[in-house]
Design a binder for this molecule. Structure first.
Ligand SMILES: C[S@@+](CC[C@H](N)C(=O)[O-])C[C@H]1O[C@@H](n2cnc3c(N)ncnc32)[C@H](O)[C@@H]1O
Length: 252
């Protein structure tokens, strides 16, 4: 069993990681920030119109799972043509998976503020895998949403994708969420190696990314890895956030 992460302020709905001196989700409305930065950042709604059987999104830094389950919730809400809408397969990597008790404390707070999330939050906790290193695939919404959680270091996600035959040409990732604590506090989640690995599973002019940071080194390294970036207005108190699309490698 992996060690439990040290988290404070869970009961207030503002989980904080003393080891990184950073918050897991925004202290000013984690749900609204997540929808704005990630779900709108990758234009999730447009992915529902893809003609492929599956849409795939990967998150670096699962934490509470809030971004993933909000994505699933949005997907099934907009699912007005169930027979035609692709199945959503979410991937996530996390070095320090939350315990069931930590999830229960946090989601009690989330659903009190957002009752519309009661069912999906309960389902997330019902299918949440044991904290054993490696990959765990689970069905979050029958016939609509699958989730593969890789419990381990960020680079292990790419090993998993590679091992399962995913490439940029064959079965690429449609979008990436980058949510690994602030780059200044946790540079290991924002290295050129991570961005380079993302690019090997990204389809030119298609695969998107979203993150809340606009740190200049992150932008520089993402650009070098082949992503064309756009700084979008953030939700207050954040001034800006970042989205991008993979343009391919080589000259602009
Ligand atoms: C800001 S939190 C993620 C919040 C999350 N997306 C949510 O919806 O709650 C960052 C996460 O990245 C994880 N993390 C930090 N370094 C990591 C690494 N090297 N590999 C994998 N995960 C890492 C942390 O344990 C933490 O859960």
């Amino acid at each position: 069993m992996m060690d439990a992460p040290h988290i404070t302020n869970l009961i207030l709905g503002q989980p904080y990681a003393p080891d990184f001196d950073d918050v897991y989700t925004s202290t000013t409305g984690g749900v609204e920030q997540s929808r704005h930065v990630f779900i709108e950042g990758i234009e999730l709604a447009t992915l529902a119109h893809k003609t492929t059987p599956r849409v795939q999104i990967a998150e670096l830094g699962v934490g509470s799972g809030l971004n993933l389950l909000l994505t699933a919730h949005t997907w099934i809400q907009q699912d007005c043509l169930p027979a035609l809408t692709p199945v959503l397969h979410l991937y996530g990597v996390e070095a320090a998976p939350w315990t069931m008790d930590q999830l229960a404390q946090y989601y009690a707070h989330v659903v009190a503020q957002h009752p519309e999330l009661t069912e999906i939050a309960a389902q997330w906790q019902a299918v949440y895998p044991p904290r054993m290193e490696g990959a765990h695939t689970l069905c979050l919404v029958p016939q609509r949403v699958w989730v593969t959680l890789v419990w381990g270091d960020v680079m292990e996600l790419f090993e998993h994708l590679d091992h399962h035959g995913m490439t940029a040409d064959n079965n690429p990732m449609d979008a990436w969420y980058l949510d690994g604590f602030a780059p200044s506090k946790n540079p290991a989640m924002w290295t050129p190696e991570v961005f380079e690995a993302m690019s090997t599973f990204s389809q030119p002019h298609h695969t998107r990314l979203a993150t809340y940071t606009v740190a200049s080194e992150v932008r520089r390294n993402l650009t070098t890895a082949g992503f064309a970036l756009t700084q979008r207005p953030g939700l207050p108190p954040k001034r800006e956030c970042l989205s991008g699309v993979f343009r391919g490698q080589g000259p602009l």
